[in-house]
Design a protein around this ligand. Structure first.
Ligand SMILES: Cc1cc2nc3c(=O)[nH]c(=O)nc-3n(C[C@H](O)[C@H](O)[C@H](O)COP(=O)(O)OP(=O)(O)OC[C@H]3O[C@@H](n4cnc5c(N)ncnc54)[C@H](O)[C@@H]3O)c2cc1C
Length: 356
């Protein structure tokens, strides 16, 4: 196994011209050949950090992925991609993937391994850290560097406060928080030109080296639009402190269901227990970029709006002075308990009539 990887390295890895201070290995995911959103955002974020510290970024991906897609990671500052194909292609096992990553780590010697805050990332990161006896942080919202030391910023207690950790050894494993840091910014053609992606071949796992899977995926299925992750949806319904009773909440859920949108909202809605922390939008929650954000009972505090700046905002608020009405592309002044039933009626009506 060691030899297999070394051979590939000899075949594919170019010696960097400038010796980097750090070497970062990203563990990325793709969905049927497209780099998954959280992985792309991770690349873009880490690219910013990597430039700061003069680090070189490489990535490992599992399963067959078109060469063009792999090469396109160069636009996000990834110097090299290691596609792992073969035995892991047909089924998913965190243990097997960790085995493969460890083989790669033995050859590449990265100082930092970074995983997106997805289900797969959450499964693999602690295993990797344990097997590597590495420093480990989970739920990292930002990576930085001070006086030569790598720092990780974490949200603690549902974002009530933040914690800054400094790594004292190497290697380290960082599991990012499951946040969407907004727009994905590729470095542009200039950067892509100086980055070389070598994706030929890929690493074939020798079956003898593959750990026996300890579980099997029995079934996978798509979720209805209302249960989509708020970071992945085109329309998100937002609720705030104005939503106070179970009936209020049900009404907003009904609206969300009728337009096929998941529900997110402000911190008070999370504190009140209507939403989970993963549905909190804003500075200490998630930054999302749906096309439309329909907000009811939300005042429009900067700490909330900063999480949804890229969206077109439709706001329902009974206070004509509410800041959100100044920010909104479309605003309705009124009690949402009166406005939303009218909206639902209108939606039902237009569906009956069909497209004009
Ligand atoms: C460091 C820090 C980080 C923070 N991070 C976040 C964050 O990530 N996300 C976040 O959301 N907040 C965050 N906050 C809190 C933020 O400052 C606001 O307090 C919060 O966003 C307000 O939420 P809200 O709009 O739901 O509540 P409010 O500001 O209380 O607004 C409620 C609104 O609902 C309207 N309303 C009430 N009843 C009705 C009705 N029946 N029909 C229509 N409208 C109605 C009211 O007119 C009002 O405008 C943070 C604060 C700090 C200090």
């Amino acid at each position: 196994m060691q030899n297999t990887v070394q051979n590939i390295e000899q075949k594919t890895v170019k010696t960097p011209e400038k010796k980097p201070v750090q070497k970062i290995l990203l563990v990325l995911q793709h969905n049927s050949g497209d780099i998954a959103g959280p992985s792309l955002r991770l690349c873009a974020d880490i690219n910013r950090f990597a430039r700061q510290v003069d680090a070189e970024t490489e990535a490992v991906l599992f399963g067959s992925c078109p060469e063009e897609t792999l090469k396109s990671l160069g636009n996000y500052g990834t110097a090299r991609v290691y596609p792992v194909t073969g035995s892991t292609d047909n089924f998913y096992s965190p243990e097997q993937r960790v085995d493969a990553i460890l083989e790669l780590v033995a050859v590449l010697n990265p100082t930092l391994l970074i995983l997106p805050g997805t289900l797969q990332g959450r499964e693999m990161a602690p295993l990797l850290a344990y097997r590597l006896e590495a420093g480990f942080v989970a739920g990292c919202v930002e990576i930085g560097c001070r006086e030569g030391k790598t720092e990780a910023l974490l949200n603690v207690y549902n974002g009530q406060y933040q914690m800054l950790c400094e790594f004292t050894g190497s290697p380290n494993v960082v599991l990012m928080a499951d946040v969407n840091r907004g727009a994905i910014e590729p470095g542009g053609p200039e950067e892509a030109e100086i980055v070389t992606i070598l994706s030929t071949g890929g690493m074939e796992l020798a079956p003898s080296h593959v750990a026996e899977p300890t579980r099997q995926v029995v079934e996978t299925f798509y979720l209805p639009a209302t249960e989509l992750d708020i970071a992945e949806a085109d329309i998100v319904v937002g609720i705030g402190r104005g939503v106070q009773t179970r009936e209020d909440f049900r009404l907003m859920q009904e609206l969300a269901a009728s337009i096929g949108a998941p529900v997110g909202g402000s911190r008070p809605a999370v504190d009140a227990g209507w939403l989970g922390f993963e549905q909190q939008i804003g500075q200490t929650g998630r930054i999302i970029s749906p096309e439309v954000y329909l907000a009811a009972g939300i005042s429009g505090a900067q700490q909330h709006i900063s999480g949804v700046e890229k969206a077109k905002i439709i706001a329902i608020n009974n206070d004509p002075q509410a800041p959100i009405l100044r920010l909104a592309d479309l605003g309705a002044v009124g009690d949402f308990k009166a406005v939303v039933p009218l909206l639902l009626q209108k939606l039902r009506h237009s569906r009956k009539e069909g497209p004009q």
